[in-house]
Design a protein around this ligand. Structure first.
Ligand SMILES: *[C@@H]1O[C@H](CO)[C@@H](O)[C@H](O)[C@H]1NC(C)=O
Ligand SMILES: *[C@@H]1O[C@H](CO)[C@@H](O)[C@H](O)[C@H]1NC(C)=O
Ligand SMILES: *[C@@H]1O[C@H](CO)[C@@H](O)[C@H](O)[C@H]1NC(C)=O
Ligand SMILES: *[C@@H]1O[C@H](CO)[C@@H](O)[C@H](O)[C@H]1NC(C)=O
Length: 637
């Protein structure tokens, strides 16, 4: 609010117009005859226009497709004429018209909330140096005050500073749209940044064609994709192309997309014949001219209005050019048709990329050299098809189903190629992009197993993978048979001890020879401790199962026989003695299976008894001799 208050302070007085409450009209239906100025308020997805023959201006919000949503009548609003606007605090729409002594400020909150006082008309301050104010504008955070006599300007970071600013710069020419201002040769303000260094360029005129690509036309003769060094305030060209026309009405479309390429369609001067113009198509990401398959189009020498809608270039004189990028061989496919229209349609403003409102199918056009309309482009092109029909790929109406690899967009009643297919105007068909293959019903294009989608393209996986999510051998999702998935890589599964199980290598649980087991560690199968049959690690306390003659106890395989808490008759045959006892007996053995200790004191005869005399040579033998008779735990150390 502060900024706005400051803004109000410098004005001599304010007039609040509370004459009428805002009237909300029913949404306007196309076509609408309008005054010659339609202002697109990009920040608000709205337009300000005057619907004729009524005398008042309107503010309408529009939907994505271009149809109008809500309309508010601007009572008391003064006529605009090649005006510019800027938005303050998201809500205050400031209109200044050159040489008009007043600002018109719309409070959009009040307007759309149907409250009174939505319009202020405030006088513009005149700086002592100026006899005429050309314009007051805001670009990003910079406010400009530009005098037309003398040709000087001020720029500051707030409107308050602008009022007190005494430092002026001069300019000789001015180019501006809603998006930038070039005060040649001093300064360019673009995307909220100031550029003052243009030494590498000799141009005097800077026309912005497309903000998304920093695409400028310099002196009407050079395309330039700008290189913007904000730190050094240097503006240079990253890519440039000499189109050579130097005509201020250079025929040029807006940037459009065809088959995933960002293109611009224009005429250029033929080097071999300086009076001959030809149509060419450029890739705007690098300003490369793209080879075209079609011969030059007709009616080249007459200045025309060119209107682009999707990939249709419509020439006011009655030609319709269907232009598309062919991704198969990086060329442009074109197709020319004449269209017979009952009226002549022209752009209201030249050039096409400036001040011409076009949103979805809604377009602002001049009609038969006399009246201006907001029109539904489909009406202009006879594309509002009779009931039951829809717009085919080539912008004709018919009731045929959309062809293979295309679908009907119901909201537009038009066939469009599947997102994974491209359009060819010469065949008037959609073809799956390289890598994609037809679905069973030929309706869509699918990226099969063994391929992955990147930036909308279907690419083959690395040879190592069966399925993947990226190009590298470390981007596998599944593996071909014989390979093992580890860390998203497919590795050979042929290390000793490995087998494939459902495309994974596993260690064979029963893969052991001479009593060896394996466990898996990273990609390797490593042998278990020799006491384990299977294991989860290399240590002897990481067994999972044990061989026949031992028992798993706390992940250790103990060589043992057990019969806990049993009452056992222990018979020593040699002496023919019979003892009866009820205790567990724990006897530790060395690995060579000599008795070394009786752990349980209850086995009171232990030390006296020479078990070695039993001629124990192997654990097996002990089992036979003792297991039937005693509760023993035999542990190999
Ligand atoms: C590109 O391919 C199309 C057919 O798909 C063919 O008609 C055209 O001549 C080719 N263009 C170039 C420049 O090779
Ligand atoms: C529009 O004006 C041009 C030249 O000014 C003229 O040649 C053309 O016939 C006019 N068209 C119509 C429909 O009046
Ligand atoms: C899909 O197209 C192919 C090639 O044109 C054709 O052989 C096949 O019969 C079509 N399948 C269906 C279901 O239409
Ligand atoms: C294991 O894989 C490598 C690499 O593929 C191969 O050269 C080798 O012959 C394979 N070994 C066995 C035993 O299959």
């Amino acid at each position: 609010m502060n900024e706005h208050r400051q803004f109000a302070n410098f004005l001599y007085f304010q007039i609040f117009l509370n004459l009428f409450l805002t009237v909300i009209a029913a949404p306007d239906i196309l076509p609408i005859q309008v005054d010659g100025n339609v202002y697109q308020i990009q920040e608000q997805s709205a337009i300000v226009y005057k619907k004729l023959p009524e005398a008042f201006w309107r503010y309408s919000t529009y939907k994505q497709d271009g149809s109008l949503a809500e309309t508010y009548i601007l009572n008391g609003f003064q006529d605009l004429a090649q005006s510019f606007y800027f938005v303050e605090q998201n809500n205050f729409l400031n209109f200044y018209t050159q040489d008009n002594p007043n600002f018109q400020i719309l409070d959009l909150g009040k307007l759309t909330g149907q409250q009174p006082g939505y319009l202020q008309i405030n006088p513009v301050f005149l700086k002592s140096q100026c006899t005429q104010v050309k314009i007051i504008r805001k670009y990003g955070s910079c406010y400009f005050y530009i005098c037309s006599n003398p040709k000087i300007f001020f720029y500051e970071l707030s409107i308050n500073q602008l009022q007190t600013s005494t430092t002026s710069l001069s300019y000789s020419s001015i180019d501006m749209t809603q998006d930038y201002i070039m005060l040649y040769p001093s300064l360019l303000c673009y995307k909220g940044n100031i550029f003052t260094q243009f030494s590498s360029l000799t141009a005097t005129s800077y026309q912005l064609i497309d903000q998304n690509y920093d695409f400028f036309l310099l002196d009407y003769s050079n395309f330039c994709i700008a290189n913007l060094a904000v730190q050094t305030q240097t503006f240079s060209c990253k890519y440039s192309y000499f189109v050579g026309s130097s005509k201020s009405n250079l025929l040029l479309t807006k940037v459009f997309e065809s088959n995933r390429k960002q293109l611009v369609f224009t005429w250029i001067l033929d080097n071999s014949n300086p009076y001959y113009l030809r149509y060419e198509v450029f890739d705007v990401t690098n300003l490369q001219m793209i080879t075209r398959d079609f011969a030059n189009f007709e009616d080249i020498t007459n200045s025309q209005t060119i209107i682009q809608y999707e990939n249709i270039m419509f020439l006011s004189k009655g030609y319709k050019w269907n232009i598309a990028y062919n991704p198969q061989n990086n060329s442009i496919i074109g197709n020319q048709r004449s269209v017979t229209l009952s009226h002549q349609y022209l752009l209201v403003n030249e050039p096409f990329y400036n001040l011409n409102f076009q949103q979805g199918f809604t377009i602002f056009l001049n009609y038969d050299n006399s009246t201006n309309y907001l029109l539904d482009f489909r009406d202009v092109m006879n594309l509002n098809c009779p009931s039951g029909q829809h717009i085919q790929l080539d912008f004709t109406c018919s009731n045929s189903n959309c062809p293979s690899f295309s679908y009907l967009d119901k909201s537009k009643n038009k066939c469009y190629c599947d997102t994974n297919a491209f359009y060819s105007p010469s065949e008037n068909s959609c073809t799956c992009y390289y890598g994609f293959t037809p679905s069973a019903d030929n309706q869509t294009c699918v990226c099969q197993n063994g391929y992955y989608v990147i930036s909308g393209y279907c690419q083959q996986c690395n040879d190592d993978c069966q399925n993947c999510y990226g190009p590298s051998s470390t981007n596998c999702l599944t593996c071909k048979s014989g390979k093992y998935l580890f860390s998203d890589s497919c590795l050979n599964c042929n290390t000793t001890g490995q087998i494939i199980q459902a495309q994974n290598c596993v260690c064979q649980s029963n893969y052991y020879q001479n009593g060896d087991g394996y466990f898996i560690k990273n990609i390797y199968c490593l042998p278990c401790d020799q006491t384990c049959q299977t294991c989860f690690g290399e240590n002897k306390n990481q067994c999972q199962s044990c061989f026949e003659n031992s028992l798993l106890y706390q992940s250790v395989c103990e060589e043992q026989y057990y019969n806990y808490n049993s009452r056992i008759d222990f018979i020593f045959k040699h002496y023919n003695l019979k003892y009866t006892f009820e205790y567990d007996i724990f006897i530790e053995l060395q690995f060579n299976c000599k008795w070394i200790q009786f752990l349980k004191s209850q086995f009171s005869y232990s030390n006296k008894y020479k078990i070695t005399s039993l001629n124990i040579q192997s654990a097996h033998l002990i089992q036979i001799l003792i297991s039937f008779h005693a509760v023993l735990i035999l542990k190999c150390l």
